[in-house]
Design a protein around this ligand. Sequence first.
Ligand SMILES: C[S@@+](CC[C@H](N)C(=O)[O-])C[C@H]1O[C@@H](n2cnc3c(N)ncnc32)[C@H](O)[C@@H]1O
Length: 103
Amino acid sequence: MRHPLRDYPQISIKPESLDGPIDFAALFSRDAAVHIEVGSGRGAFLLSEAINYPQINFLGIEWRRGFYRYSVDRMGRWNITNVKVIRTEAAWLIEKHIGEKKR
Ligand SMILES: C[S@@+](CC[C@H](N)C(=O)[O-])C[C@H]1O[C@@H](n2cnc3c(N)ncnc32)[C@H](O)[C@@H]1O
């Protein structure tokens, strides 16, 4: 039987908690490049990238509740610290909360 899926608040981002452009350095408590996966599914690719590239911060965006919950649980069980996952529609998130980087 599949184990119950847990939420890991250090990994899951709630869309309703967002206010303006996401401050990724604050979110990850470090300033590093951020790679975004649009439609991160169950998080298999995200997990492998996070392990292989620990110097990079990753954001997974997934709108399907079951996949989102599965990926959060997966990152949590692996003690991954360079991944956040949010359940929302990717185009909306990018337009509203991920602005162009100011140079
Ligand atoms: C092929 S799966 C990705 C699999 C993932 N790379 C993995 O390793 O598990 C594509 C995912 O994109 C999600 N998706 C598609 N359009 C989306 C959108 N506009 N916003 C958020 N998620 C989306 C789907 O729900 C689906 O889970």
